[in-house]
Design a protein around this ligand. Sequence first.
Ligand SMILES: Cc1ncc(COP(=O)(O)O)c(C=O)c1O
Length: 382
Amino acid sequence: MVSSPILLDFQSSTPCLKEVVEEMSSYWMENFANPSSKGNLSGLYASASLEVLRTKIQENLNLHNKKIIFTSGATESNNLALFGFARNFQQRTGRYGNIITLSTEHKAVLEPLRQLKKEGFSITVLNPESDGLILEKNLLNALRDDTFLISIMLANNEIGVVQPIEKIFKICQKNNIKFHTDAAQCPGYLPIKNFDSLANMITLSSHKIYGPKGIGLLIMDEDIQLNPIFYGGGQEFGYRSGTLSLPLIAGFSKAIEVAIKNQERNTMQLAKLRNNLMDGLLKKNSKILINGSIINRLPHNLNLTVLDVNGSKFHKYIKYQITCSSGSACSNGEVSHVLTSMGRSLKEAESSVRLSIGLSTTAEEIENSIDVITETINKLRK
Ligand SMILES: Cc1ncc(COP(=O)(O)O)c(C=O)c1O
């Protein structure tokens, strides 16, 4: 038995790193001016600080040909990319074209696309294979003459699978289609040398990578045109009105810097713990299915289906000892659309769990989690 719950839910959110909090500190009470108030000295100073932070982020992500737009997080970045680009396309061309996505995307992509469908756009939602990955040939078959945008995430928040987005981006470039990718779960967890090469538009979120909540990025090609979704003072090149939060931006910038610097070391540490968790659970229990490709996967994600147990009892029993998720953090307790899209039955999806490991997770916590889950399975299968 363990006394306080073991935290294995780091894909929902992460705590701020100490150096992130330190970096933010001077912007709360000292350099607090509005960076848009360029008519006075403090505003000018805040504006200069903003541009220094923007450049730092561009350098750390190795961006050369991209603009970055600060948003409130990945949900807003996805909304801005999808609504902004689709509505602008419609205005420029007078046509409602086709957008392709994947059924396992985060709701922050699927829901804006559902809304765009109501506005008149055609939306194609492809299913992945049983390992969670999209097949290139299925994407090629889905292309239409009027396809103008593809949105496919880099790594899945529930099952951790990493989509072959290099190939997808090439297909887009060949067919004159713009490509958006939600990479909220990725910086610091994948060896990305050059974010420039991922897509035309890239979504990032700070609180998934040990930065503060309430800040995200939409990275986009210089020549992309978007219709704003907020109107007002015209900040962020007119694409996202609203006063920017320098403390959050400073914290996000530090989180990116540290994530990129420590990516190799952290990835090894996380993958080792994840693999021990997986191996231990598979060794001590029968009838456990791993969801999603184990090869093309984030290092800190494990998602499994426990067969022959009652799903709600399984979650009820383990939740006092392990903090984890049954689906994404934003699913409101619904059965995972990701797992059912990959072919799991409703019952299987209900008895599935996402275990996501953090930088503070210890080997002892992994051993204890294996014991807790094994004891729970044995109790339920009796
Ligand atoms: C892949 C993905 N996209 C979007 C989001 C939403 O992010 P945010 O909380 O920054 O709005 C999340 C968070 O769960 C996510 O994992």
